[in-house]
Write a protein that binds this ligand. Structure first.
Ligand code: NDP
Length: 363
């Protein structure tokens, strides 16, 4: 898109009567900072409610740009976060990011079916990519995202915030230290209560990547994988619907058992109408549990010998983005590279196949 079109896009935003009023001081401070410059792509609920506020708390990165299809959102975001005109993009002109040194990372926070498309444009513009979970609709799409990032020599990280959460990390270490002996059985559940969403919401639309398994099911799935450090060898799944008139296209509740080569079984569940959240490891000599296991706050660790690890006070998303920013600055490894997202989608596909065919699927 040329300059005229870019100007028109900004004029549309200003024409809504909320022209940007960021202070020069605010803008200059951001341009001169050595922090990693982040542009949020898609200014929906998660960007607005969680990521943008968390970016204000980070030490190693900051919100410098926005990419949106909604011009009416621009003035408020510019004002609230001191974002300069030159760092505001539409989905049509975002390839021009290639000429913008202020932006190091594009954080893709749109419906799942759109992740590939925008990760690709961001990587081709030479920007590192942070991609929200679930990574994409299929393993082919996930692989394409990995490939395009490699080709452009940019880093790719998936927004699995739980892998950055300290209580979760503490229990992840137990797979090596085994303070309660070997894990013998796992229960992993993540779901939110309610009666579904309007049909117009992308989470209720199959083609957009809606449904419980893609939205919430990746938490227990990823959780079992990071708690064991193992990959499942088979899966048996089934769907359950208490509101078939509302959940016409997508899965409402899905149960899946993951089998591992050592005989371990993880009993997993996810739902858009049932509220449950736990990751419980039953071991030879006791148990340990995260409850809730995937909520934004309150993730608490419990053990059979009555230890309790209180929920952290920090914001999970700020820890996640700081860790990822440090890795981009050469300090440490990315904790959740693209391959992590791909491995989950491989299992997600098998879960749908298992439920559809009513049979155990080998992975
Ligand atoms: P929302 O529906 O609230 O927002 C999505 C935004 O994407 C829209 O506001 C819009 O932003 C943009 N968009 C672009 N094209 C479309 C389209 N065709 N239909 C709908 N929206 C479109 O979704 P969320 O913010 O809740 O979720 C976005 C992503 O973040 C998903 O992948 C989700 O799984 C993930 N997520 C992750 C969470 C986590 O804890 N890690 C929590 C919540 C979500 P604009 O108007 O600016 O173009």
């Amino acid at each position: 898109m040329n300059n005229l079109n870019r100007r028109r896009f900004m004029q549309m935003a200003a024409g809504l009567g909320l022209a940007s009023a960021i202070s020069n001081q605010q803008a200059m401070a951001k341009s001169n900072s050595t922090k990693i410059g982040v542009a949020l792509l898609g200014l929906g609920g998660y960007s607005r409610g969680l990521l943008a506020p968390a970016l204000e708390l980070t030490q190693h990165c900051e919100l410098r740009g926005i990419i949106t299809g909604s011009p009416e959102k621009i003035p408020e975001w510019q004002q609230r976060y001191g974002i300069q005109d030159k760092n505001v993009y539409s989905y049509q002109n975002m390839h021009e990011l290639a000429n913008n040194p202020d932006i190091d990372v594009v954080y893709v926070v749109v419906p799942t079916s759109l992740h590939l498309q925008y990760c690709e444009i961001a990587a081709n513009a030479g920007k590192h990519v942070w991609c929200e979970k679930p990574m994409a609709m299929s393993t082919a799409q996930c692989q394409r995202i990995i490939d395009v990032c490699q080709q452009n020599k940019v880093k790719l990280s998936i927004g699995y915030r739980m892998q950055h959460e300290p209580n979760t990390q503490r229990f992840m270490q137990y797979r090596t230290t085994q303070p309660y002996g070997k894990i013998q059985h796992i229960i992993a559940q993540a779901g939110y209560g309610g009666n579904g969403l309007p049909a117009s919401n992308w989470r209720m639309q199959k083609a957009m990547g809606g449904g419980a398994m893609y939205d919430m099911g990746v938490y227990p799935l990823n959780g079992v994988r990071y708690m064991t450090g193992l990959e499942p060898i088979a899966v048996t799944a089934r769907h359950d619907k208490s509101h078939p008139d509302i959940f016409k296209e997508v899965d409402e509740t899905t149960y899946f058992d993951l089998e591992f080569a050592n005989g371990l079984i993880a009993e997993c569940g996810t739902s858009m109408v049932k509220s449950f959240s736990q990751l419980t490891m039953q071991c030879e000599k006791g148990w340990y549990q995260l409850r809730p296991m995937s909520n934004y706050t309150g993730v608490t660790g419990y053990t059979s010998d009555k230890q309790e690890f209180a929920a952290i006070k920090q914001i999970q998303q700020a820890i996640q983005m700081d860790n990822d920013a440090l890795a981009l600055q050469g300090q440490g490894q990315l904790l959740v590279p693209g391959e992590e997202g791909l491995k989950d989608i491989h299992v997600v596909q098998a879960i749908f196949e298992s439920a559809a065919k009513n049979k155990r699927i080998l992975l």
